[in-house]
Design a protein around this ligand. Structure first.
Ligand SMILES: [Zn+2]
Length: 287
């Protein structure tokens, strides 16, 4: 219970084939509300920060908030750095106390990506931290990172060789998923997850989760996607909840920020509870 290594959350999820929401928080309110939602659901949860969030708030303040908000928490939680191509930021977050990092060198040739990922894994181990790796960009832009060009796929052999050589703990393949909102229902190559998991027993991270159907989530989780990333859905909930509240505030001529925060917090808790139900992680903490 409390703050645990990423492995301690993903290994049981992978073994029992449920998914754990890995949610990109971006301020104090979202951090607190996502944790509160996980506690209400009795679910493990992964909180993630983009490099943009680390830069906007600062690793020191972010980590102080995290420590303060997770003190005595009754469900397993872990702090992860999402897509980070910058080795200096990886080091900064590991030093500050993040539990895991996604070193994203998918822009580099696979050989160079692999060489550097081996170094990042070694560095992370010295902090008892874990590493997620990827060799293909996930289509779409998220927090100023990435591109809308459809990602190029590597062969299964290349993916397996990368997993073996680097010793990464979680792998994030491209399966037709994308960051941001889907314009049309995505066609996913779910079989790619099965191929990787059958060849190597490694938890898979599903990116671009916001906007997939319950059936798609459940199929991918059953195949081994134990870490299910959610970013856009929280951003939309945060903004739309705020917008709806502010419209009412304007009509009523009442401007009370704590009421706005309370309203947004409740909507975020509802979102987190829905996700944990959908992914099967609700009720999995504390057994
Ligand atoms: Zn991602």
């Amino acid at each position: 219970m409390g703050v645990v290594p990423l492995k301690d959350i993903l290994d049981p999820a992978f073994a029992a084939r449920y998914g754990v929401p890995a949610i990109n928080i971006f301020n104090d309110l979202t951090m607190e509300a996502v944790l509160a939602g996980a506690v209400e659901s009795r679910s493990p949860v992964i909180l993630q920060t983009s490099v943009k969030t680390v830069r906007s708030i600062g690793s020191r303040v972010l980590f102080d908030m995290w420590q303060s908000m997770t003190r005595g928490i009754e469900v397993p939680v872990t702090l992860h750095l999402d897509h980070c191509p910058d080795r200096a930021v990886v080091t900064e977050c590991l030093k500050a106390g993040w539990n895991s990092v996604l070193f994203d060198a998918s822009e580099l040739p696979v050989e160079e990506n692999q060489r550097q990922t081996i170094e990042v894994v070694r560095e992370a181990r010295s902090y008892d931290a874990q590493v997620e790796g990827e060799i293909e960009a996930i289509t779409g832009v998220e927090d100023d990172h990435g591109s809308d060009q459809v990602a190029k796929r590597q062969s299964l052999e290349t993916a397996l060789a990368f997993i073996d050589a680097t010793g990464i703990d979680v792998f994030a393949p491209s399966i037709g998923n994308a960051h941001g909102s889907y314009k049309a229902a995505p066609v996913l190559d779910a079989n790619r997850v099965t191929e990787i998991v059958e060849a190597r027993s490694i938890p898979i991270a599903l990116h671009g989760g916001s906007g997939l159907s319950t059936e798609q989530f459940q199929d991918l989780i059953a195949r081994g996607c134990a870490k299910v990333n959610i970013s856009t859905a929280l951003k939309e909930t945060f903004m739309q909840s705020g917008l709806a509240f502010l419209k009412q505030a304007e009509e009523a001529g009442k401007w009370d920020p704590p009421s706005l925060f309370k309203h947004t917090r409740a909507d975020i808790i509802t979102l987190v509870k829905e996700l944990t139900e959908q992914f099967g992680s609700a009720g999995k903490a504390g057994h």
